[in-house]
Design a protein around this ligand. Structure first.
Ligand code: DP6
Length: 398
């Protein structure tokens, strides 16, 4: 939406995203600055209202500096947000120059570009951003709030400047700079984020302290390569329900960024995983989805989650994201196998919450069993779709 009142210009855009839950986990960076992943990962972007970030960006000459509001509270523009905005301004805007001048609705591009430039006396730096981001779920609790927030931000940045489609890959680059998994949240369905090629991994792992020196050209090459792409749209999952069973909404102890740095520096298993297993798991997950082989999908998703947590345990000092609740859930899901035609997939990120992929035929039965076994006092720990399904299942039984 574009409006001009007197001397004040406003270009406004809003985008909603949800976390992308990895089915094959990203854990470890090849490069901390550019956020290039050691291994490829793939995940599902959830499409549920209670796990959503809504971000609105206004580009205006009304303010003298950038404003940022998170969940209604003013926040300083620091850390990753600052990094993203700096990169966007210095690299993206500077490189694309003219292309990024905001256009006004219903007008021919050339006229508006000219008008706007004239309006601002040719000085685009007069435009400042106001960023409003609201999470419908707890921030920094292991539910990938940063991923959805930063993905929404990067999409808005591109919309507000009316970027051309050919620069689409840059959205992924920008989101990645904020949080690796955010690059997957830009798209719906199953999204794959490419890791650095093996020859680079080998170079890194062969050097002392894993500190490899690359040329600027090589960094540019890797930066363009390590982007996220949708591999399967939402219709591939129409037989599946994805549920979150949250343990608690307290902030997690070891943030994923520092956790994966510790693992990269100390875990041999992480190197093995990056070189040998992650890509095999991804190929298997994609094949299982295409063939609607839900038992194979569950086998691989469980295996990958468990291997990721094994890497955490192989880290010095060890990192424990799974707690007793998570371990009981894992055991419980395996025990359910014999009763079900399609097995339930479980996966755990850098926190104790379980994410379950359940075949729709079995959702009421599985939710009911979890409700009873875990004596969930209220259903707040389930996302709203799970709550509704559980309620219906219980009403039907009465
Ligand atoms: C376990 O994307 O939060 O959820 O890039 O340092 O911000 P940074 O890490 P982040 O890590 C996510 C790790 C994970 C697995 C995954 O989502 O792939």
């Amino acid at each position: 939406m574009i409006s001009v009142k007197g001397d004040i210009l406003k270009v406004k855009t809003t985008y909603e995203t949800s976390p992308n839950i990895a089915l094959v986990k990203y854990w470890g960076k090849f490069d901390e600055e550019y956020i290039l992943p050691l291994n490829s990962s793939t995940g599902i972007t959830l499409s549920t209202e209670d796990l959503q970030t809504r971000t609105t960006i206004t580009l205006t000459n009304k303010y003298k500096e950038i404003k940022f509001l998170l969940n209604g509270q003013p926040h300083p523009v620091s850390g990753r947000l600052k990094k993203i905005l700096k990169f966007f301004e210095e690299k993206t805007l500077a490189a694309l120059g003219e292309e990024l001048v905001p256009l006004q609705e219903g007008d021919n591009q050339e006229t508006k570009r000219k008008n706007l430039k004239e309006f601002l006396n040719g000085d685009l730096s007069q435009l400042k951003l106001k960023i409003k981001s609201v999470n419908s779920f707890p921030t920094a609790s292991g539910l990938a709030s940063s991923a959805s927030g930063l993905a929404a931000l990067s999409v808005c940045l591109f919309d507000v400047y009316h970027m051309k489609e050919e620069y689409d890959f840059q959205r992924s680059v920008i989101a990645r700079l904020g949080s690796g998994s955010a690059s997957r949240s830009i798209y719906g369905g199953l999204v794959e984020w490419t890791g650095v090629p093996h020859q680079f991994l080998q170079r890194k792992f062969e050097t002392k302290n894993n500190e490899v020196q690359l040329s600027e050209q090589e960094y540019e090459q890797l930066s363009k390569l390590c982007i996220a792409k949708q591999t399967h749209n939402e219709t591939f999952f129409e037989d599946l329900d994805v549920f979150v069973v949250a343990y608690s909404f307290e902030s997690k102890e070891v943030p994923s960024t520092s956790g994966m740095l510790q693992s990269t520096q100390t875990s041999e298993l992480l190197k093995y995983r990056a070189l040998n297993t992650a890509h095999v798991h991804i190929a298997g997950v994609k094949k299982a989805i295409e063939q609607k082989d839900y038992n194979e999908l569950a086998r691989l998703v469980r295996l990958d989650s468990n291997q990721f947590h094994a890497v955490c345990l192989d880290t010095t000092p060890p990192i424990f994201y799974l707690n007793d609740f998570s371990k009981n859930m894992i055991n419980f899901i395996h025990q359910l196998d014999s009763a079900l035609e399609y097995h339930v997939a479980y996966t755990f990120d850098a926190g104790p919450h379980a994410v379950l992929l359940v075949h729709k035929n079995h959702t009421p039965q599985v939710l009911r069993a979890i409700y009873e076994a875990f004596s969930i006092a209220d259903t707040d720990s389930l996302n709203s779709r799970a709550q509704q399904t559980l309620k219906q299942a219980m009403e039907q039984e009465l």
